[in-house]
Design a protein. Structure first.
Ligand code: SF4
Length: 207
């Protein structure tokens, strides 16, 4: 698709085929979906929701490029990861590459969940980002809807942050697995001193 120079989505065209532009990554999270799992934060979101937990994810400029193969290998190399969660930013702007990643992980026995600021209806409409259905077809769970500050739940036992958001269980095997510890916060500290804080009222920080 041709894009104008002022189009905020233009940097998406700079992502080489087979690559993802990510903002962050952690292993062994227990607050971003069922059981213990990797989390991939995608770079880029148009919504600019007030009180977004992660405003550094808004820009579509290239942050960290990683191949789908390398990311699959990284996720699978930690045997405690039983699945992966895509968060953001908006994962669905990079749907084709995420679908390819999800296929590799599912073939290895992992489950796949994604957050999105879109509604499922929008993702299945003619206005959906490219490859949206391809990614939906790979998902076990989809949390849809943008965070709306005026509808904030502020309840640490809720799996979603605002009441418009829905937990859509796309694989019936996960019907009774919406039990992740959303009342906990995790702090992941890396060798270079950087930190990612995630979970209830979580946010991401650089050193
Ligand atoms: S959709 Fe999510 S990442 Fe995007 S602005 Fe809203 S809360 Fe932030």
């Amino acid at each position: 698709m041709e894009r104008k120079a002022t189009d905020p989505l233009l940097p998406l065209m700079e992502i080489p085929p087979g690559y993802l532009n990510i903002m962050g990554y952690i292993d062994e999270s227990e607050v971003n979906g069922p059981s213990c799992r990797a989390v991939v934060w995608l770079q880029g979101c148009l919504r600019k929701c007030p009180s977004c937990f992660n405003p550094d994810s808004w820009s579509f400029e290239i942050n960290q490029l990683i191949t789908v193969d390398a990311l699959a290998e990284k996720i699978l190399s930690n045997t405690r990861n039983t699945g992966v969660t895509f968060s953001g930013g908006e994962p669905f702007w990079q749907a084709p590459a995420l679908a390819a990643l999800a296929r590799k992980l599912k073939a290895a026995g992992l489950n796949v969940m994604s957050f999105t600021g879109f509604t499922l209806q929008r993702l299945q409409s003619e206005y959906a980002p490219v490859g949206a259905q391809e990614l939906i077809d790979q998902l076990d769970i989809l949390i849809d809807g943008a965070f709306v500050e005026s509808l904030a739940i502020n309840d640490p036992t809720s799996p979603v942050s605002s009441s418009n958001q829905r937990v859509l269980v796309l694989n019936p095997e996960f019907q009774d697995k919406i039990t992740w510890a959303s009342d906990q916060t995790e702090i992941h500290i890396f060798k270079d001193g950087s930190r990612i804080v995630t979970g209830y009222r979580g946010w991401m920080e650089q050193p």
